[in-house]
Design a protein around this ligand. Sequence first.
Ligand code: SF4
Length: 316
Amino acid sequence: MEEKIKLGVSSCLLGNKVRYDGGHKLDPFLASTLGQFVEYVPVCPEVEAGFPVPREAFRLVGDPRHPRLVTRQSGVDATPRMERWIEKKLPQLEKEGLCGFIFKSQSPSSGMERVKVYNEKGMAEKKGVGIFARALMERLPLLPVEEEGRLQDIHLRENFIVRVFAYRRWQELLAAGPTAGRLVEFQRRHKLLLMAHGPEAARRLGKLVAGLGSRPLPEVLAGYRELFMAALKQKATVRKNVNVLQHMFGYFKRQLDGFEKGEMLSLIEEYRHNLIPLIVPLTLLKHYIGKFQQPYLKDQYYLDPHPLELKLRNHA
Ligand code: SF4
């Protein structure tokens, strides 16, 4: 991967002073840590649609499925202006080749879920989606998306980053010109990662690829892409990771002596009981994969699904 991965992001999260009150919502993890590995495409729907800084704050009003974007005090309906901007902006974003989008939570324009929507009596329910966020997610339904608040959770953070890097690999497969052989190889290298997220989906993907001879490639690709992204959206739990670790360990039963086997099994058990993070048993397994040059395991994406420097498996 020579070029950096492109991620869309709500502009205020990078420290840009675009909020209604002239402030920002700098997120240090996004700006400093993740920012080293990705190229951000900042988007502020309200400013780009032509609203000034500072400005009167907006809120969502009406039917939570189709709310209006309305100024808080004066009640001006800004929906048509925002929708005109969205119509122009979405094709531009599609061309950017984004591999994910990080939204600012609770925003009537950018919030991904549980945004307050007010009814005619002024009562709010957290059932809305920001106007821009909804349009983007409808246009690119498989694009990995998250909110900055949810990314504080280490498991949700790891899951999002895994999906972003996997989405990039999928885009690279498409750019290279997908063939049956390339899809088989793609599935093979993702097999353990898929097992760690969605074992059932991993089996279905395996069957889909096995049926390549009897169905047209475009049809298989379309089905594969949806199932692949849906599988990775499932959380990689301790139980599922233990299954994958044991599966990998099975490849070395003949090569390891009694002491080495005991050591490996105890690390897996310690991980199962939350005494050590995933990185510990995985590091020892990676050592054996390198030492014995295990051909099937050595290029599995499960081993390094994202940059080590993000330390996403040090706490999980
Ligand atoms: S939440 Fe969205 S609309 Fe509001 S300031 Fe941030 S980027 Fe702009």
